[in-house]
Ligand binder design. Structure first.
Ligand code: R5P
Length: 299
C-alpha cells in the first residue's frame, strides 16, 4: 500500500525532514481563509496510508483544518489516516476542576478518534490519565517520550557531573528521573501550587542540595512561563550556580525569552514538537521509529 506524508504551516520543515527519513513523499496541504473567516482546505493526492503531520499548538484553526483534511482524504481513497501531532492540544483540562467545566481532554480525544486510525504524539500531558489509549477510544495511540532525544543532545555537550536535574512539580518526576538516569546525574522535583493561569508558587525543599550546583530544569510544557520564572528565581535564591532549561513543548511567545533571561535563566531549549525559535532538539529519530511500520513493504 502506498504511503505519503502531508502537513501544513510552520510544521512543514519538520514534516519534510521526517518524510525524507521515512523515504516517502511529502505534500503540502493548502489553506485558504474566506472573508467571513471560514476556511478551505486542499489536500495533496491521497494514498492508501496518509500520515498527517500537525503540531497542535494554537490549535483551534488546526483542529478545524484536520476535520476538513480528513474528509477530503477519506473521500479520495485514503484507507488509513495517521495523525502525527508532536504536541497534543487540550490535554491539560482532564477533569472538571469546577462544576460546569468541559473536560477538553475527553471531547478532543473523541473528536480526533472519529477522524483518524492512529495518533502518534510526544510527552502528552496525561497527569491524571493512566494511558494515552484512554484519550482515544477505539483507535491506536502512541505517546512517545522526548527524553531519549533530549539525552542524546545533552550527552554530547560534556555536562558538569555536579548538575542537578530538576522538575518543577511532582508530575514531572517520571521524565526528570528518566532523563537524569540516562545522563547519570542526580535529580529532584519541587512542589508547585497553582493559584491561577499565570500565578504559581514552587518550593524546592532542602536548599543545601542546590547550593553551588548547576541546575538543568526540565518540563513538558512552558506556556505562560509562570512556572519557569518562579522556578528559576527560587533556584537562584537557593544558590544554584546556573539554571539551564530543556522542555518538550514551547508554547510561549518568542518575546518571552527575554523575561526568562531577566529571571536568571542561562539557556532555554525545546524539542521540535512545536515550531519555535528555541527548537534545538529534533524528534526525527523517535517519530521515524514509531512510523516505520506504516511504511513496511514499500521498498
Ligand atoms: C504542568 O502540569 C506542566 O507540567 C507545566 O509545568 C505547565 O503547563 C507550565 O505552564 P506555565 O508555563 O503556564 O506555568
Amino acid at each position: 500500500m502506498s504511503v505519503v506524508l502531508q502537513g501544513f504551516g510552520t510544521g512543514l520543515s519538520d514534516a519534510a525532514r521526517l518524510a525524507a527519513r521515512l523515504g516517502i513523499p511529502l505534500h503540502a496541504i493548502a489553506l485558504h481563509r474566506f472573508p467571513d473567516g471560514e476556511m478551505r482546505v486542499t489536500v495533496g493526492p491521497a494514498a492508501g496510508t496518509v500520515i498527517l503531520y500537525l503540531p497542535l499548538d494554537q490549535p483551534n484553526d488546526k483542529l478545524l483544518a484536520l476535520i476538513l483534511a480528513a474528509e477530503a482524504l477519506r473521500r479520495e481513497g485514503a484507507a488509513r489516516l495517521v495523525l502525527v501531532a508532536p504536541y497534543l492540544c487540550y490535554m491539560r483540562q482532564d477533569i472538571a476542576f469546577h462544576p460546569g467545566e468541559a473536560i477538553s481532554q475527553k471531547a478532543i480525544g473523541r473528536l480526533i478518534s472519529g477522524l483518524v486510525d492512529r495518533v502518534v504524539t510526544v510527552d502528552a500531558h496525561l497527569h491524571r490519565t493512566a494511558a494515552i489509549g484512554a484519550v482515544f477510544p477505539g483507535i491506536e495511540a502512541d505517546n512517545l517520550s522526548a527524553m531519549p532525544a533530549i539525552a542524546t543532545m545533552l550527552s554530547g555537550e560534556g555536562l558538569d557531573p555536579a548538575t542537578l536535574v530538576l522538575g518543577p512539580d511532582s508530575e514531572s518526576r517520571p521524565w526528570v528521573a528518566d532523563l537524569a538516569g540516562r545522563l547519570g546525574l542526580d535529580h529532584a522535583v519541587g512542589e508547585k501550587i497553582r493559584h491561577g493561569d499565570r500565578a504559581v508558587e514552587i518550593v524546592f525543599g532542602d536548599p543545601s542540595g542546590i547550593k553551588g550546583r548547576p541546575v538543568l530544569l526540565v518540563d513538558d510544557i512552558v506556556s505562560s512561563g509562570g512556572t519557569l520564572v518562579t522556578a528559576a528565581k527560587a533556584l537562584l535564591a537557593a544558590g544554584a550556580s546556573a539554571v539551564d532549561v530543556v522542555i518538550t513543548h514551547a508554547l510561549f511567545p518568542a518575546g518571552m525569552i527575554a523575561t526568562f533571561t531577566a529571571a536568571g535563566v542561562r539557556s532555554i531549549r525545546s524539542t521540535h514538537a512545536v515550531p519555535h525559535p528555541t527548537n534545538a532538539i529534533p524528534l526525527d529519530a523517535i517519530l521515524a521509529s514509531a512510523l516505520t511500520r506504516e511504511c513496511q513493504g514499500l521498498k
